[in-house]
Design a protein around this ligand. Structure first.
Ligand SMILES: [Zn+2]
Length: 276
């Protein structure tokens, strides 16, 4: 089989697998005419089916189809022998009916058992094309051919894909519950402020007032920043203010320090009082 055709068949079987849940081994219903053709043209039928479907296959024949071969006498013995190697599909037709009718009834309206049908009957193929999801094989000059997807198959595939996109009933219930219980969120929000962490800090103009308030901590750092190697830093007004306020701070600090010291002295005194 040529590379291009193999790719087409692989895609086609992919479609049947995805949209119609075909699984290996593929069950292939072979009709009596196909058995005859295979033996007459010395085709290795099962091998060809295998390579066309590109997977494991289980060839089958219905009771009615093999009965058709029996009716044709000794001349069709090779076809009977071939058919006997296939799995017998019980069709429960007590009186054998024509093979085409038998296969139509076995496939049913929806091909729920997922059969592939290998048939040489043109009228049967026409009927099978109306049933979505039926891969059809036929022999064309000793080459087994897998028909392209029928219109019914394509429509059904598209419908199934649409259905798959819709929420299921249980999902719908979930959606309704979640929307009704949750309060409707405010739709309108003013212009969003940018994330403060991502925004470059504004340069604070060093006004004297600002310096006076935030001096104690910030000043030493800025002094280091301003210092240029080998150059004396000029003392400005702000520094003078800083110096004066620093002095105040230290004075206060000392006062704070003294208080706990006094307490410490008192503590050891107390137990001595208790002793005496
Ligand atoms: Zn039958």
């Amino acid at each position: 089989m040529r590379q291009k055709r193999a790719k087409v068949y692989r895609k086609l079987m992919g479609l049947y697998s995805r949209s119609f849940a075909f699984r290996q081994p593929y069950q292939v219903l072979v009709d009596s005419e196909m058995c005859k053709t295979a033996t007459e043209h010395k085709i290795e039928l099962v091998k060809q089916i295998n390579s066309v479907l590109q997977g494991d296959v289980k060839p089958m024949i219905t009771q009615c189809c093999i009965h058709e071969l029996y009716l044709q006498g000794k001349s069709q013995q090779p076809a009977v022998d071939l058919a006997k190697t296939f799995e017998r599909r019980k069709c429960n037709h007590r009186e054998p009916i024509p093979g085409d009718e038998c296969l139509i009834s076995v496939v049913g309206e929806s091909n729920k058992h997922r059969y592939v049908v290998a048939t040489q009957s043109q009228p049967l193929r026409v009927k099978l094309r109306e049933i979505p999801g039926v891969p059809i094989l036929h022999d064309n000059r000793s080459v087994l051919v897998l028909e392209p997807a029928s219109d019914a198959t394509k429509r059904s595939k598209e419908y199934r894909e649409q259905q798959a996109l819709q929420p299921t009933d249980s999902e719908k219930l979930g959606l309704v519950a979640s929307t009704s219980s949750e309060p409707t969120r405010k739709q309108k929000k003013g212009p969003k402020a940018p994330n403060p962490l991502s925004v470059k800090k504004k340069k604070v103009e060093s006004t004297p007032a600002a310096n006076a308030s935030s001096k104690g901590k910030e000043r030493p750092n800025s002094a280091v920043r301003n210092a240029v190697v080998g150059e004396k830093r000029k003392r400005d007004d702000a520094d003078e203010q800083e110096a004066s306020t620093n002095g105040q701070h230290s004075a206060e600090f000392e006062q704070d320090e003294r208080k706990p010291k006094k307490k410490r002295r008192r503590k050891p005194a107390d137990p001595t009082i208790v002793e005496t």
